[in-house]
Design a protein around this ligand. Structure first.
Ligand code: SF4
Length: 324
């Protein structure tokens, strides 16, 4: 499969203030700090991390809300930041579904008006009313919803409208930023099934951002784990869940609930980790996970490990690899 979106040493740092008395030094948050990976055409790529890992900054930089500090993001053969303002043709290709559909839909507009906005901008030659009806049908909502306002909809229905709005521009790449985490458990499965059906029907590529690693077991073709702005492990999903290498991945996997004895047997042994994820303002030296890592060595607090390909397509950033 060809690469559709390529991140090359992407960094996004935010200066949030200054510190020091005589010499003022900037206080910098390294939200994303040198990530490189490629998403392949037609796949669901799972980007997983705790709150504060930088995964949403990756999403917002990709859609153009932020410009990279350094590094590039390429969509097929185009640098997304080559122009000061992203061309319309490129904007329509990359869409996003946000975590909270309640705050991402304008409460003063009806569903028809919400969907008409991207339709008029990106498909001006088409019949807006007809296209709106088609979009509603795609996301399994009836025509009655056209005249409803967001505040009269359930959380699941709002997210269906948000998905319809993302598809209004006929994109090829959709970022799903925790699309089910704000919803009732009872509706989460329905939204996931809808998202996966739409992918098959329209040959969409997904960058699926989540803190819920167990969700990726069923939907992702490849998975990457982010920790304090860096990728620490990346692999094909089957391989990832069968043979996790990074101590942080093992810690995350050991803590997720499983449904069967087979899955329980595959889980890494419970790993005892210490503390919470540190503040991105004060990232620990060396390996940023070393303060929490049950397997840390002397080198870990001094030298930041580099990404090593342990097996074809399975890379890990940890001093334990390659094994000596
Ligand atoms: Fe743990 Fe060291 Fe590997 Fe970091 S580099 S994950 S501290 S063993």
């Amino acid at each position: 499969m060809a690469d559709i979106l390529t991140f090359n040493d992407l960094k996004k740092h935010f200066v949030i203030g200054q510190e020091g008395f005589l010499r003022r030094e900037p206080i910098t948050v390294k939200a994303v700090d040198g990530i490189s990976f490629a998403v392949q055409e037609g796949e669901t790529f799972g980007l997983v991390g705790e709150s504060g890992s930088g995964k949403s900054t990756v999403a917002y930089t990709t859609i153009g809300m932020y410009r990279p500090t350094t590094g590039t993001i390429r969509f097929r053969d185009k640098d997304l930041f080559a122009d000061k303002k992203r061309p319309l043709a490129l904007r329509k290709q990359i869409q996003i579904v946000f975590q909270d559909p309640g705050s991402s839909l304008n409460p003063r507009r009806t569903v028809a008006q919400i969907l008409a906005l991207p339709l008029r901008l990106h498909r001006p030659q088409e019949n807006v009313l007809q296209q709106t009806a088609q979009l509603l049908d795609m996301v399994e909502l009836t025509l009655e919803y056209m005249h409803k306002y967001p505040q009269t909809l359930s959380g699941g229905e709002k997210q269906m409208v948000a998905i319809a709005r993302a598809l209004a521009t006929e994109p090829s790449f959709v970022i799903l930023d925790e699309p089910t985490s704000a919803l009732d458990v009872s509706i989460q499965g329905k939204i996931i099934n809808l998202i996966m059906r739409l992918q098959r029907e329209f040959n969409l590529t997904y960058l699926f951002i989540t803190h819920d690693l167990s969700l990726m077991r069923n939907v992702a073709s490849r998975v990457a784990i982010m920790y304090l702005g860096k990728i620490c492990e990346i692999a094909d999903a089957v391989e990832f869940f069968r043979t996790p290498y990074h101590p942080y991945t093992q810690m995350l996997l050991a803590s997720i609930p499983v449904l069967s004895e087979e899955e329980e047997a595959l889980k890494p042994r419970k790993t005892v980790s210490r503390g919470e994820i540190p503040s991105p303002v004060n990232i620990p030296s060396g390996c940023s996970f070393h303060l929490r890592c049950p397997r840390h060595m002397d080198i870990c607090s001094v030298v930041d490990p580099v990404m090593v390909e342990v097996e074809a397509g399975h890379s890990v950033r940890c001093h334990l690899f390659p094994p000596s």
